[in-house]
Design a protein around this ligand. Structure first.
Ligand code: ADP
Ligand code: ZN
Length: 620
């Protein structure tokens, strides 16, 4: 079949890659054979190529439906840079621009047209689509059709009607990074995919390092972290607008090139700040979860969560914006007890659920609390973090990944039966009326106004664990929570309640052993991380000379990006630059071996990069 050779050639010629990644070929082949196709791949895995390449092979036009203007703009920009004619039709165009683009589309100038779902059923667009030869409809971010998903968009429900109104039913393909079963089923049902090829690739992102910390002072921890990552691009997610404002203001005061994004800013400022981030004018973005969907910035080296997000889905999606170029990147979460309280408050006051009937609303609320609990456990677990995440999404990970903070910490088994008995005993004796802090202060024997006010100094467990450090008591408390011996009430007070399971502990019939970080290992862990960070800051383990070259190429890339008015990573990704530093190409054929350098991009920029390389290395 001519298609099979063609797809490989397109991959190389336009995108500059030698090989397909996991899953891509199956999806492309399925589309080319005329079958409906559903691809589920994590963010950064390379979904776009799966419909872009068939779009270039198929006779006719591919319509890509995409929920966000920024997402379309970015993808169309990338395609144009690669020498592929593509256009988008959405509300960011003036009426004139829109009709001009539509005219060009009618003339068959674009093999790929991105369109917002709201446009599909308009007269002008339908008229065009019914008279053109539409070979494929590709639905990006397909989970938006599902009410189970996090980003339900009613306009996505128009897609099916649109397809039905076309004179010939094209191939329909759908893509999402959303993994849960309900969402997958919805996509297939609602989009009415016909006997589709369904391909789900692993959700693991081995290049991402995961870490959870409970810093006493989050801001200080953040400053220390950023100090070790100067010059790199990263995102800091906060839970509230107020916190975004505060953190961003402080960072700027310290001279860090930061900008901010949240729903309280004007459209114009949001757009400007987002551009500053994308174009690396302000490489550090402080934002609420309103930021990020449709951001394809490939060189994000870290995502720090200043607060714990509301569930694992959000966390994995937000953290997953790091390292999309496949280079190592870090996902750090700063946990604080307050984060749980805030999230519980959000769940209880969720305005989105207003129109639901009482029973459904209650169900949704319970589901949200359950998701929050699982997220909280992620912050407490001593097991491999990656493993925890993959299991959450229904996959089996190994028990050890070697690239998360838990795998890099040495643990020992500690018998905590006595501590657990005292903690649960204290809960029972005080009538299950207090939260974690009061209980810990009680067994630790703190002499505070609150303790006296609650008369906890009269509790028979008062001071019974005065010798154990507070952090250890807290760990055991968390352990009891995770293991289901106690639970917290779903309100702002978060009172500790005993469960059925606690009885055995209270009656001295259970032996509790938990994994705890070895004291003396802490230092070594910090050293090891220090080392890792070094290799990251010099851009993926380059030698000194190569790092200098990398910096020079980066400057050249910024120059070109400015001339072309595109983000730097659209010219070449960090990965391509790093590859150049390693290969040190001297000729066109050398250059074409660099990952991400295709014919078209070579013609545009190849010589400038070759010249720069020979200039820096003195080989010219
Ligand atoms: P997704 O839409 O799945 O989040 P993208 O389509 O944006 O991911 O791809 C992420 C990055 O991976 C892009 O920079 C893309 O160019 C790159 N990429 C895609 N396919 C390949 C491949 N076969 N080889 C190398 N890089 C690839
Ligand atoms: Zn691990």
């Amino acid at each position: 079949m001519k298609d099979t050779e063609e797809k490989k050639q397109i991959l190389k010629q336009y995108f500059g890659y030698d090989d397909f990644r996991e899953g891509q070929e199956v999806l492309i082949d399925s589309i080319l054979s005329g079958k409906d196709t559903f691809g589920i791949m994590p963010t950064g895995a390379g979904k776009s190529l799966c419909f872009q390449i068939p779009a270039l092979v198929l006779d006719g036009i591919t319509i890509v439906i995409s929920p966000l203007i920024s997402l379309m703009k970015d993808q169309v920009g990338s395609l144009n840079q690669a020498g592929i004619h593509a256009a988008y039709l959405n509300s960011s165009l003036s009426t004139n621009q829109y009709f001009k683009a539509l005219q060009f589309a009618k003339e068959g100038r674009y093999p790929i047209i991105y369109v917002a779902p709201e446009r599909l059923l308009t007269d002008s667009f339908l008229d065009f689509a019914c008279h053109a030869h539409i070979a494929m409809v590709a639905v990006d971010e397909a989970h938006c059709v599902s009410q189970w998903g996090q980003d339900f968009r009613p306009s996505y429900l128009k897609i099916t009607e649109f397809i039905e109104r076309l004179p010939h039913r094209p191939v329909v393909s759908a893509f999402t990074a959303s993994a849960t079963k309900e969402v997958r089923e919805d996509v297939i049902d609602i989009l009415m995919l016909k006997n589709p090829t369904v391909m789900s690739t692993g959700f693991d992102r081995p290049g991402l390092y995961f870490e959870v910390q409970s810093p006493k002072n989050k801001y200080q921890a953040l400053m220390d972290y950023l100090g070790k990552h100067t010059g790199e691009s990263g995102i800091i997610y906060c839970l509230t607008r107020k916190q975004v404002e505060e953190v961003c203001k402080n960072l700027i005061k310290e001279g860090i090139p930061a900008t901010r994004y949240h729903a309280g800013l004007s459209d114009e400022e949001r757009k400007n700040n987002q551009d500053d981030f994308i174009y690396d004018r302000a490489p550090v973005m402080v934002a609420t979860n309103a930021f990020g969907m449709g951001i394809d910035k490939s060189n994000v080296r870290y995502v720090v969560h200043y607060n714990m997000p509301k569930n694992m889905e959000s966390y994995y999606q937000e953290a997953g914006r790091a390292g999309r170029d496949g280079e190592p990147a870090e996902c750090i979460l700063y946990y604080g007890g307050q984060d749980v309280v805030m999230n519980q408050f959000f769940i209880e006051n969720n305005q989105d659920n207003k129109e639901l009937d009482d029973i459904t609303r209650q169900l949704v609320r319970e589901r949200d609390h359950e998701r929050l609990r699982k997220m909280t456990f992620y912050c407490f677990t001593n097991e491999c973090l990656r493993d925890y995440m993959l299991r959450y999404f229904g996959e089996y990970g190994g028990n050890y990944c070697g690239n998360c903070s838990n795998c890099m910490t040495q643990f020992e088994e500690v018998d905590v039966t006595d501590i657990a008995a005292a903690l649960t005993g204290c809960v029972r004796e005080s009538g299950q009326r207090y939260g974690i802090n009061v209980l810990i202060d009680t067994v630790h024997g703190a002499n505070t106004a609150k303790i006296r006010q609650y008369r906890m100094e009269q509790n028979s467990y008062y001071g019974s664990l005065s010798k154990a450090p507070v952090y250890k008591l807290r760990q055991v408390m968390n352990f009891l929570l995770v293991e289901g011996y106690i639970r917290l009430t779903n309100d702002e007070y978060m009172l500790v309640k005993l469960t059925e399971k606690a009885r055995k502990v209270l009656e001295g019939e259970a032996v509790l052993v938990m994994k705890m970080a070895k004291e003396q290992e802490k230092k070594r862990k910090e050293k090891k991380q220090e080392k890792m960070k070094k290799s990251l800051t010099n851009a993926g383990g380059l030698k000194d000379e190569e790092t200098q070259l990398f910096e020079k190429l980066r400057v050249l890339r910024t120059e070109i990006a400015r001339e072309e008015r595109v983000p730097p990573y659209i010219v070449f990704s960090d990965k391509s630059l790093i590859h150049m530093c390693i290969l040190k190409p001297k000729s066109k054929s050398d250059m074409l071996k660099v990952s991400g350098v295709g014919e078209f991009k070579y013609e545009k920029y190849g010589v400038r990069f070759l010249d720069k390389i020979s200039e820096v290395l003195g080989t010219g």
